[in-house]
Design a protein around this ligand. Structure first.
Ligand code: SF4
Length: 375
């Protein structure tokens, strides 16, 4: 049965703090050692969790993110409170010395559903150029293997950039080799810090999402962030006659061919797909609470909806006009006439970043829906 997103999100990302010992290129200019002014206190965090009880018919999964959530000394108290109310939780820690085996055990004991770790290249040079710390690639591998050993469902998050796109098949091989369960691939939104230099063209994005479908055939779940057109591709691929070459059927480019060839070299012949195609998007099944309590449709869509200190978060999600329009797929441009508007709907964050209209079209998608002339 399709999930109803009108009443409750599936995922609630809570940026518990902005503090983090890393200074990753696409995130910030320098590490932040202390909480930023205005961060929700322990008491306010507990109240936020209490407020989430009004989400029915199911609680969202609270993803404790940051910054680095381990920079909050009260993290496990907050997590335990959520669990005591029956809420599912996950953690998105940075790989720093705070991510110890003891921390992994505590995350398991408190009942974490998933732990996600970032990996931005298959080679140490690539990953460390993004993360800004020598030796971080090795530490990331150690962290992933340790979390798997401790029985966690581990998600690897990778941001696709021009600098790492040719390594994606090798990143997929690491996901498999390190024993991770989910590969979540994030597509850049053009906001500050030179991201336009790293962005791919729509045709390249198409090659990458088609490649991701192939990558989803090796035992781990694959999903995307800010590239919901992956779900259009999943639908297209599931309908494609297995005898037909996708390169010819979808006019794919040499990037796709290189990545798939490399994938086969590394991982052999594929099995059935584990691509995830739940139709969420920013504000539809997803909600983001910033460190200071401001509420956004998602972490990359900076349209402030309200603040948990003053507003009822459940009402914000259910009744805010922007979120209602997003859930109704009331889009402009190509996304507005696309047969995949509901299942995909384009990245609302990218539409906003490029046109200022969060309901505009997603320019990163290569698909050209045909406008049906009205009678
Ligand atoms: S045109 Fe918009 S709705 Fe259609 S597949 Fe592309 S991003 Fe998705």
């Amino acid at each position: 049965m399709p999930v109803n997103f009108e009443q409750a999100p599936i995922l609630l990302f809570w940026e518990t703090t902005k503090a983090c010992r890393l200074a990753c290129r696409h995130c910030r200019a320098e590490a932040i050692a202390e909480p930023m002014p205005g961060q929700l206190s322990t008491e306010e965090g507990m109240r936020l969790i209490d407020d989430l009880r009004a989400f029915t018919p199911r609680f969202p999964v609270i993803i404790f993110t940051g910054g680095d959530p381990f920079m909050r000394p009260d993290l496990f108290d907050l997590a335990a409170h959520a669990r005591s109310l029956g809420m599912p939780i996950g953690f998105a820690p940075s790989v720093t010395p705070l991510l110890t085996r003891e921390a992994a055990v505590r995350m398991r004991e408190v009942g974490a559903k998933t732990v996600s770790i970032s990996l931005d290249g298959a080679r140490a040079e690539t990953h460390e150029a993004v993360r800004g710390i020598e030796g971080h690639f090795r530490r990331t591998e150690e962290a992933v293997r340790m979390l798997v050993e401790e029985g966690h469902t581990v998600q690897i998050n990778t941001t696709v950039m021009r600098r790492n796109v040719e390594e994606l098949a090798d990143v997929a091989a690491l996901v498999a080799d390190w024993g991770a369960h989910i590969w979540e691939v994030f597509f850049l939104i053009r906001v500050g810090r030179g991201t336009e230099l790293e962005e791919l063209s729509p045709a390249e994005n198409e090659d990458v999402v088609q490649f991701l479908y192939e990558a989803s055939r090796y035992g781990f779940i694959v999903r995307t962030v800010e590239a919901p057109f992956f779900r259009r591709v999943v639908a297209e691929r599931r309908e494609l006659d297995p005898e037909v070459d996708p390169v010819a059927a979808f006019g794919l480019g040499s990037l796709y061919e290189r990545l798939v060839r490399r994938l086969r070299d590394r991982l052999g012949e594929p099995g059935s797909s584990r691509a995830q195609s739940v139709g969420t998007r920013d504000g539809k099944g997803i909600l983001f609470v910033a460190h200071d309590g401001d509420v956004y449709p998602a972490g990359f869509l900076p349209v402030r909806l309200g603040n948990v200190r003053r507003d009822d978060i459940v009402r914000l999600y259910r009744e805010h006009p922007l979120l209602r329009a997003i859930r109704a797929a009331a889009f402009g441009g190509r996304c507005g006439i696309c047969p995949y508007a509901d299942a995909c709907g384009g990245s609302r964050a990218r539409a906003y970043a490029t046109s200022g209209d969060p309901l505009g079209e997603d320019p990163a998608c290569a698909y050209e829906p045909v406008r049906v002339a009205s009678a």
